[in-house]
Design a protein around this ligand. Structure first.
Ligand SMILES: *Cc1c(COP(=O)(O)O)cnc(C)c1O
Length: 426
């Protein structure tokens, strides 16, 4: 059991009344946690099998420098990733500076002037909207002559009628799907829903390339978007799939021709996947991947606990603790600027790194509103570690994610909640 005890309460200045609340919550979460464990078991088996099938070896940890030709470790990593995603190929590189870079590469590699991009989950994530851009925004897709259209979700479901009409009247080259809600109040989309819409699109026109932003989604369900028809997906190594060990990087997986195009966009035409020294990072990527199903399990348990805890104080948390999940994000609606800021600061104050720092609302590149972020993480900004971000605007929503060990994340969440309620003994 992971129960709160009197000695822990003493250590952290938490009122002892939380001991009984905590054990009630733990009890309520039993069934949900067993469902989460079942998914982790399956995903661990999938990852383990990919290591065996690809004969991952100590040789693959070797460092390459310079051009990075014939990096056998890099090649093994990309085969393992492809297997896990049941994709034809994968590009897993430390040369991707973040998730946005990997996603942007996947978007830009195959869209040319005159092509149409259609997003069917509302606008993509804030930072990706810069890639979409406009006529004035140098280097963006629209500036390059790509036409961009967007269809909103209706009651958190795909708008099938509009999608059909748009495909028939204004056929897009690529359709974009955001699996995770990211920083938006819409629901995340389960693999089952993504599967259904992809089938629908492909029946109308099988030539359309379907891309899924898979950030925050890896290993939350038993299947990934590439297993249900997505042509190309991308994500970040400092989120789920890096298992908290990766210090940098991104990945793209999917159809071989698209992965090749993406590689040539990341490096240069004619170079593609052949170059890219790994600088000794291969072990980190492999071990991180190996740990990822378990780390993701801890992250989901952590936000599930937060969801159930918030319910106790009448604070709206979405998804509800017992709802099916497809990402590691919990949306907590404080409806109160002061409570929101206190909660975020409380998470930071209980983080293993930089606990003594007080985060303040700040303008961030790529985001429209001021943002406050708690990220007391081993890897700077890694949101597979317990972290919380919030744009400063009503209804004062925090997006909580991560937690690499359930025990410590739960303690941080409890402490932050106590602080938010103004009950802290500190
Ligand atoms: C994190 C994230 C991205 C990419 O963001 P980076 O901070 O550049 O890694 C894109 N989409 C979603 C939904 C995300 O969560």
């Amino acid at each position: 059991m992971n129960n709160l005890t009197k000695s822990i309460c003493d250590m952290y200045g938490i009122d002892e009344k939380y001991i009984s609340l905590d054990s009630k919550i733990e009890n309520d979460l039993k069934d949900v946690f067993s469902r989460i464990s079942d998914i982790a078991m399956y995903n661990q088996a999938k990852v383990h099998k990919a290591f065996l099938d690809n004969k991952v070896s100590e040789v693959h940890f070797a460092k390459t420098t310079g051009y990075g030709y014939d990096d056998v470790g890099r090649e093994a990593i990309e085969k393992v990733y492809a297997d896990i995603f049941k994709a034809e190929d994968a590009l897993v590189r430390i040369q991707f500076v973040n998730g946005t870079h990997a996603l942007s590469t996947a978007l830009m590699c195959s869209l040319r002037a005159g092509d149409k991009l259609l997003s069917i989950t509302g606008h993509p994530y804030d930072t990706l909207m810069e890639t979409v851009g406009n006529k004035e925004k140098q280097g963006s897709l629209v500036w390059h002559g790509v036409e961009y259209n967007m269809i909103e979700l209706v009651n958190n479901e795909f708008d099938y009628e509009k999608i059909k009409k748009e495909i028939e009247e204004n056929t897009p080259k690529m359709i974009f799907i955001g699996r995770s809600r990211g920083y938006s109040s819409r629901k995340s989309l389960t693999i089952e829903k993504i599967e259904k819409v992809i089938k629908y699109i492909k029946e109308i026109n099988s030539d359309i390339t379907i891309m899924v932003d898979n950030c925050y989604g890896e290993f939350v369900e038993k299947r990934e978007p590439t297993e249900v028809g997505a042509d190309i997906i991308a994500g970040s190594l400092i989120k789920n799939i890096g298992g908290s060990l990766c210090e940098i990087g991104g990945y793209i997986a999917g159809r071989k021709d698209l992965v090749e195009l993406a590689a040539e966009r990341l490096t240069a035409p004619g170079i593609g996947k052949e170059c890219g020294a790994t600088l000794g990072k291969n072990k980190e990527i492999l071990q991180g991947l190996y740990m990822a199903p378990t780390v993701v399990k801890n992250a989901i348990m952590s936000v599930t606990y937060a969801a159930r805890l918030m319910q106790e104080f009448g604070i709206k948390a979405d998804p509800a603790y017992n709802e099916e999940r497809t990402d590691i994000v919990e949306q907590i609606e404080f409806n109160d600027k002061d409570k929101l800021i206190k909660f975020i600061q409380g998470i930071q104050a209980q983080s293993p790194i930089d606990s003594f720092v007080t985060p303040m609302p700040w303008a961030m590149p790529g985001y429209t509103d001021e943002v406050i972020m708690a990220a007391g993480t081993f890897v700077s900004g890694a949101s597979i570690e317990l972290s919380a971000d919030a744009p400063i605007k009503p209804p004062y929503i925090a997006y909580l994610q991560g937690g690499i060990t359930y025990e410590s994340a739960k303690l941080s969440i409890l402490s932050a909640t106590v602080k938010m309620l103004g009950e802290s003994n500190e």
